[in-house]
Design a protein around this ligand. Structure first.
Ligand code: PLP
Length: 230
């Protein structure tokens, strides 16, 4: 119940951050009390268990995204951290254009603003039509030989719009651009298939899917992940 009023609490803000089921809290407690050691950094039994749990997590996330390769998942602190990793680590320069949309969360705007400032790359924005969908004709016009990255939210946290990621990616790929998808509002709500959705890189936060705060991933094919200089 609510501490303030004593009335039963109804929580409706799960799209921002979800409450954690007891099974999730219990799994975290079990890891901390039974498996915690330095993953990939110890040769003793407990460290092996930590490594197994860590790799098991990557494999499960990969499977959830329809991928059989744990290497397609890099664990991060969440969506913002995953998008920062991509924006800071991709090779960009003064000739490059980064194409965003006008409906981006700050998570998928500020990292690119900073990358543009640092590298001299130019930011461009796909406009949003009155009905809350992307202006795809404008997108086709904005997409050019200089477009190096197209970065967009799959589902808008403000409008609820589901963007046609697959279609956008097809056009972007035809121009040789890399497609970065903010899937903070998509994973767990839409069936997300990494190999089929068109995203080269896909960012997500566990806390939007009943998981812990401060945990998430950047997923993608190995070739795409390897384009990021850590
Ligand atoms: N992108 C979108 C579309 C979101 O809705 C959110 C969170 O509300 C984020 C990014 C940021 O997620 P986080 O704070 O977990 O990094």
């Amino acid at each position: 119940g609510s501490r303030a009023t004593g009335a039963p609490l109804v929580y409706l803000d799960s799209a921002a951050t979800a409450q954690k089921p007891l099974a999730v809290l219990e799994a975290g407690r079990r890891f901390e009390t039974e498996c915690n050691a330095s993953a990939h950094r110890g040769l003793y039994g407990l460290a092996a268990r930590a490594t197994e749990a860590y790799e098991g997590c990557r494999a499960r996330v990969a499977a959830f995204l329809g991928s059989s390769s744990p290497e397609s998942v890099a664990i991060t602190r969440g969506t913002t951290s995953a998008l920062n990793l991509a924006a800071q680590g991709l090779a960009l320069g003064p000739d490059a254009e980064i194409l965003l949309t006008e409906m981006e969360h700050h998570s998928n705007l500020v990292p690119w603003l900073l990358a543009a400032r640092r590298t001299g790359a130019r930011l461009r924005h796909i406009p949003v039509l009155a009905g809350g969908t992307l202006d795809l004709e404008a997108f086709e016009r904005l997409l050019g030989p200089k477009t190096r990255v197209v970065a967009l939210a799959w589902v808008s946290n403000v409008l609820g719009t589901i963007n046609p990621v697959e279609r956008i990616a097809e056009a972007a790929h035809a121009r040789g651009a890399l497609v970065v998808v903010d899937a903070a509002q998509a994973v767990g709500r839409l069936p997300v298939r990494l190999a089929e959705c068109g995203a080269d890189l896909l960012a997500f936060s566990a806390h939007k899917c009943c998981g812990p705060m401060g945990l998430g991933f950047l997923a993608g094919a190995r070739q795409a992940l390897e384009r990021i200089e850590p």
